[in-house]
Ligand binder design. Structure first.
Ligand code: PBG
Length: 330
């Protein structure tokens, strides 16, 4: 197609008024594009997280109110993360399998209050439960063990599902966990539980505030580079996604978000599954730091970054700004 040249073509014509800009907009943000991550605490009071200004850990008896706010704003799903009290953390993360743990109680509260009004997504990984902050079991010589971890992750996922989780999201990056979890869900009759695989999850410097929020940051020695992906790679992300789909994932996730939009786009173009992006804690903190420094406008930064995910092809975004953004759009 050959375009006419200026002045027959003036690109500014369709930009001249807001009604016209609305008509030609190629992408739109909707509250149903958003998933709101929420932190839960065993304490009795809201606990603000210093490295994530505006984000708190919520006591179990206040978590259903947060979920109701999300529902009222049109957000279809919340993601839960527990800050397990320190005396319940152990080498093997056994607390993850306790049917009465913080996560399961929070799931129960939301289900009791809201039923099927909102989806509950739960993270499958051991880091909020281990005394060393790694996502899996660690051998005597310090290696994070794959297959032994997978067996525990299967039990953890079943525990969450028995409490009422709708979508389990393995975030641990062990090999083979999606297939193992899918098989166990089928065996146990949980045929409609979805798996959203953290398929392309990178060993990132953007997770710091999250680790403060779940209390694993101070415990973690070393890094997660033997299981999370190298930021240098993108072909490898496509292999990870292909594997997780083959093993039974209903949707896949790319994480972190903005620095990995190229991966979102490539996954979207190659595969026919919903692809989600996680705008992670460090990205949230960067926006809030810019706002606090007078270097940017929160509403503008939030909406522009979220729209970028849509433009890249994401079906939705996990973001700590979800409630704020949903209210802005709504
Ligand atoms: C744990 C997990 C992490 C995040 C989600 N699940 C941190 C990590 O892998 O160390 C990060 C989320 C965020 O930074 O907002 N498996």
């Amino acid at each position: 197609m050959t375009n006419p040249a200026y002045p027959a073509l003036r690109m500014r014509r369709t930009r001249a008024t807001s009604w016209s800009r609305a008509m030609v907009a190629e992408n739109r943000l909707h509250p149903s594009d958003l998933i709101w991550p929420l932190f839960v605490t065993d304490g009795d009071e809201e606990q603000p997280i210093t490295t994530m200004p505006g984000v708190s850990r919520w006591p179990v008896d206040q978590i259903a109110d947060r979920a109701a706010e999300a529902r009222d704003a049109g957000i279809p799903c919340v993601a839960l993360f527990p800050n397990t009290q320190s005396d319940l953390r152990s080498d093997n993360g056994d607390e993850a399998l306790n049917p009465d743990n913080l996560m399961c109680r929070a799931i129960g509260e939301i289900k009791d209050a809201l039923g099927t009004d909102i989806g509950i997504l739960t993270d499958v990984a051991l880091d909020p439960y281990t005394s060393h902050g790694q996502d899996g079991l660690v051998s005597k010589n310090g290696r994070v063990l794959n297959d032994d971890t997978v067996s525990i992750l299967v039990e953890q996922a079943l525990n969450q599902v028995q409490a009422g989780a709708d979508i389990v999201a393995p975030s641990d990056m062990m090999d083979g966990r999606v297939g193992a979890i899918r098989a166990a869900l089928e065996d146990e009759g949980h045929t409609n539980v979805q798996i959203m695989a953290y398929a392309a999850k990178y060993a990132s410097a953007f997770y710091g505030p999250f680790r403060d929020a779940v209390g694993s940051g101070g415990l973690l020695k070393g890094d997660k580079k033997t299981y999370q992906m190298d930021p240098a790679n993108s072909e490898e992300a496509l292999r990870e996604v292909a594997l997780d789909i083959a093993e039974g994932a209903d949707s896949v996730m790319v994480k972190p978000g903005l620095a990995y939009l190229d991966i979102v786009r490539r996954v979207k173009e190659r595969f026919e599954v919903p692809v989600y992006a996680y705008q992670v804690s460090g990205e949230y903190a960067m926006i809030e730091a810019a706002v606090a420094a007078g270097a940017g406008d929160r509403d503008g930064l939030v909406l522009e970054t979220l729209l970028a995910f849509k433009r890249a092809g994401a079906s939705g975004v996990l973001t700590y700004h979800a409630l704020h953004a949903a209210r802005l759009i709504g």
